[in-house]
Ligand binder design. Structure first.
Ligand code: OTU
Length: 630
């Protein structure tokens, strides 16, 4: 075992030449706080290897070098955030997610959108993958060919540094995907492996025949069962079957190999030193494979993340890690670590509450809040300085199978798969549904996988035949956004939703996108809608101004901060009555009928000031934010 005194010098060595003694003291302080978890987790994963001590010392040296290289402005931000670890829990935090090209054309173009983001009150901008992607099909940039180069179509490395600095100066934290589960089959590591480099071949999981793949397939699910069935791809140049959880050109990395972890941890720190402040850890549930399991949420995956968190706490403590784990509700809290379980280690700062998102859509389809109430009941309090991420839509499908447990338990119960399949069919527009959407990766109408479509299109704006239907669609849209804003999380708007943008069907004409209906919800920012965002006679204006009114109210309500208490109050089946502390209630009527909701005391509408006491009658699809009357 490497004990503490031996390994600290390895971390400090690169700082020796550093002019500021303070940085050496800072590094020592941080390492003292993180060493136990960092060493314990990495020794548990890799300590059986005779070269562990040498490997661990080299890793620490690399971390020390990257800390020494960290720009002064980021070091200062680190210090401020170490003093205020809950800086991102404030109710004024608001996220916005978009593709670079769809928001601004290029990274430079995104900089010109900063005033618009400031108008919305955005303080966190998630730009979808912008590093050099695989040539040709690349899963929307989620097949990365180089972590150290910006996609030439979007600009050059200097543009990223410039944009990050401009965003930081505007008080907006840049969030980037960190696609750590896999790399593109034209990444240098994959190319080296194909060329016969054994060390690089060990970066991947390769099997000479179908024996092991078939044994794994017996218990592993499928992410793209239609367009990329199975989890293994035969690669002639590799002389066998490569693990490919996603598309065949996305090669899973082998985290049982410590070189992979060391390389990826340093990659993250290099990107952090470019000014990226939040890392969306893509597909993080898949990092560790174990035969006989679904190869998701394994204990070792959490150990890897806890080690990564400790490394970030040493070398870039102003950075946040965000878990993208689309997994059952019961599996989610572990990604945020905890004081008790997981050996008391912090893990990610933020995690997508994908169950809350899917349950809100389920409640809308069922006109009943049971699924939502079941998910909220299963949502535990979080460790300090940790937060959910709430959202209505994103660039991906709505994954229904995260709700299997709730679909079985929440009234009316019954077969969960059939219930989720009914919801998924609703969003394809089946029967008299108002939705305009598409099923994802499932041709079996009795099985649910995912649903695609833009928020406004799934909620009826696209099929609306008159003003009554248009207004109903917008009420549904504001209801889902109002819930995401009131739940107690870091809410993230998905680009275009603030303008009620609808499906973009053009993907069907693009051969490399035609088989992936997720492109329905990946439009370019609609400049005409943008011009009408203050025009109440347009859907864009009604949505934008409705959203801004909620955002303005939210900013003045500490009860809506991520960590404030959350209680579900008694309500009719189709109503969610969510109290935040004692003085705020969010009421959501998921039904097309008026619903009575009892009130204890005197309350006023946060937006209009209208007073209510005893009972309020909620209009169809109404959202009502109430604060206790003074
Ligand atoms: C994530 O996918 C990304 O968000 C997707 O855009 C990528 O295609 C994928 O990884 C591969 O990088 O939960 O944890 O249902 O929505 O797999 C992985 C399909 C994810 C994706 C889902 C998602």
């Amino acid at each position: 075992m490497t004990d503490f005194p031996d390994s600290l010098p390895a971390l400090l060595a690169p700082l020796a030449a550093h002019s500021h003694h303070a940085l050496r003291d800072t590094a020592t302080r941080r390492y003292t706080a993180q060493h136990a978890v960092l060493h314990q987790r990495l020794h548990a994963l890799y300590g059986h290897r005779p070269d562990f001590a040498l490997w661990y010392g080299k890793l620490l040296g690399a971390i020390g070098s990257l800390l020494a290289q960290r720009p002064a402005a980021l070091q200062a931000q680190d210090a401020r955030r170490e003093a205020d670890p809950g800086w991102f829990l404030d109710q004024r935090m608001l996220g916005y997610c978009s593709y670079v090209d769809r928001l601004g054309g290029t990274l430079r173009g995104v900089a010109h959108r900063i005033p618009y983001l400031e108008e919305l009150g955005v303080r966190y901008l998630h730009l979808l993958p912008f590093l050099r992607p695989r040539a040709g099909e690349n899963d929307g940039g989620f097949a990365v060919a180089s972590f150290d180069e910006v996609d030439p179509k979007l600009g050059e490395n200097g543009d990223l540094d410039m944009l990050a600095a401009k965003l930081r100066n505007a008080g907006i934290s840049l969030c980037s995907d960190f696609i750590l589960n896999h790399v593109a089959d034209d990444h240098a590591w994959a190319k080296g492996a194909k060329a016969g480099d054994q060390a690089l071949r060990d970066y991947f999981l390769v099997y000479p025949d179908r024996t092991m793949p078939d044994r794994y397939e017996a218990t592993v699910g499928q992410v793209f069962p239609q367009v990329a069935p199975g989890n293994f791809t035969h690669v002639e140049a590799m002389g066998g079957w490569v693990w490919t959880t996603f598309y065949p050109y996305q090669w899973d990395l082998n985290y049982a190999n410590p070189a992979v972890f060391a390389d990826m941890a340093q990659t993250l720190l290099r990107l952090a030193n470019r000014g990226i402040e939040v890392f969306r850890l893509d597909s993080t549930a898949f990092l560790w494979k174990r035969e006989g399991t679904n190869c998701m949420n394994q204990p070792e995956a959490h150990m890897l993340l806890q080690a990564l968190r400790a490394i970030v706490a040493i070398a870039a403590p102003g950075v946040l890690l965000k878990a993208e784990a689309i997994v059952p509700t019961r599996e989610l809290p572990a990604y945020l670590g905890s004081e008790g379980g997981n050996g008391g280690a912090a893990e990610c700062h933020i995690a997508y509450h994908s169950s809350l998102m899917a349950a809100a859509w389920g409640a809308m389809a069922e006109q009943d809040a049971a699924l939502l109430k079941a998910v909220i009941a299963r949502t535990p309090a979080l460790p300090p300085a940790a937060s959910w991420l709430s959202y209505v839509r994103c660039h991906d499908d709505i994954g229904w199978n995260v709700l299997k447990a709730e679909a079985a338990e929440a009234p009316p119960g019954g077969d969960p798969a059939a219930r989720l399949a009914r919801i998924a069919r609703f969003y394809t527009g089946e029967g008299n549904s108002y939705a305009a959407g598409a099923s994802f990766q499932s041709s079996d109408p009795n099985a649910a996988h995912g649903s695609n479509g833009a928020t406004a299109s799934l909620l009826g704006l696209q099929t609306a035949r008159d003003d009554v239907e248009r207004r109903a669609a917008l009420r549904r849209d504001l209801l889902l956004h109002g819930l995401a804003l009131a739940f107690g999380a870091l809410p993230v708007l998905y680009m275009g939703d603030e303008l009620a943008q609808q499906n973009d069907d053009s993907y069907r004409e693009r051969p490399q996108h035609a088989m992936d209906s997720r492109w329905l919800q990946r439009p370019y920012l609609d400049e005409v809608a943008l011009q009408h965002r203050h025009d109440a006679s347009t859907a864009a204006g009604q949505m934008f101004m409705g959203l801004r009114a909620l955002l303005s109210a939210r900013r003045r309500l500490p009860a809506l901060a991520a960590g404030a208490p959350r209680t579900v109050l008694p309500s009719p089946p189709s109503v969610l009555a969510l109290a935040r502390g004692d003085d705020f209630i969010c009421l959501c009527n998921f039904s097309a009928q008026r619903q009575p909701q009892g009130l204890d005391g005197v309350w006023s509408d946060c937006l209009t000031g209208q007073a209510f006491s005893g009972e309020v009658v909620l209009e169809p699809y109404a959202l009502l934010w109430l604060e206790r009357a003074a």
